[in-house]
Design a protein around this ligand. Structure first.
Ligand code: IPE
Ligand code: IPE
Ligand code: MG
Length: 257
């Protein structure tokens, strides 16, 4: 089996480096509050963590890093905070392109980004085009993304692509229309900031992902924290419904091929 493959269909290799890590970057506001700073200071610091974790993933040979930057529910925040988050997204799209290209990183943006305005849409599509040949790491930013939105838009696209009397759809018919159809499902999910919930992130794709929760706030989550998460991941036994004995047998067979 290909070691970079993430799938619920095949017996997985144990103790590997996760091919795809998906992160809910939570705790920026509390980080700032602890320091008597405005919430925006936490978000700014959070952008630095994004750089550090991205670099670290490239170094480790992680192929996909997916970051939840703004949920479809985050519009409920005060207008000022939404505006700052939008500005930070805009600035990152304007400033990070060279760094992405220098480091062989492909950028993808998922979610309905139209409400952020035309400038952001244009910059995002330009950055995706300009980095599409990069193969070291695919960095996906989820902005105005919601797992339910994703499933629904996939259902709509699936149905309109097929004859109206078709009623025998299978999982792969839907999966190919999901916003992250270009990537394998996440192997490791990380949520910083102590909450133990999915908050409408990749609902379909997280079905068999290993879930790691840490109290560490996102601005404090560095390369060493990522190391801990990956070490924890390496100790999981991913059975996908099978027994431990079946996994051991599959590993033995792989060793003798
Ligand atoms: C996560 O940090 C960043 C976004 C949701 C954009 P928060 O802003 O949710 O930080 P806390 O949870 O209030 O500490
Ligand atoms: C989830 O964080 C979304 C992002 C990190 C972008 P929130 O802090 O908004 O999550 P909830 O609403 O508290 O679950
Ligand atoms: Mg939060």
């Amino acid at each position: 089996m290909n070691t970079s493959e993430s799938s619920t269909q095949v017996v997985p290799l144990v103790n590997g480096i996760p091919s795809h890590i998906a992160v809910i970057m939570d705790g920026n506001g509390r980080w700032a509050k602890q320091r008597m700073l405005p919430r925006v200071a936490g978000h700014k610091r959070g952008v630095e963590t994004v750089r550090e974790i991205t670099r670290s993933c490239v170094e480790r040979g992680v192929k996909y890093l997916t970051l939840f930057a703004f949920s479809s529910e985050n519009w409920r925040r005060p207008t000022d905070e939404v505006s700052v988050l939008r500005q930070l997204f805009l600035a990152a799209l304007e400033q990070e392109l060279d760094r992405l290209n220098r480091n062989g990183i492909r950028l993808r943006v998922i979610g309905d980004i139209a409400p952020f305005g035309e400038k952001i849409v244009k910059l995002a599509r330009h950055a995706e085009d300009a980095t599409q040949g990069n193969t070291k790491l695919t960095l996906t930013v989820a902005a105005n993304y919601g797992g339910r939105w994703d499933i629904l838009q996939a259902v709509n696209r699936m149905v309109s692509a097929e004859p109206p009397d078709r009623h025998d759809f299978i999982e792969s018919d839907l999966a190919k229309h999901l916003a992250m159809a270009f990537a394998p499902e996440p192997d490791l999910f990380i949520r910083t900031g102590g909450e133990q919930r999915i908050s409408n992130f990749l609902l379909w794709q997280l079905a068999y992902t290993e879930l790691y929760f840490t109290e560490t706030l996102w601005p404090d989550f560095g390369a060493e924290s990522l190391n801990e998460a990956v070490k924890w991941y390496a100790q999981r036994e991913r059975r996908f419904g099978r027994t431990s004995e079946q996994l051991a047998e599959a590993v033995r067979r792989q060793a003798t091929v």
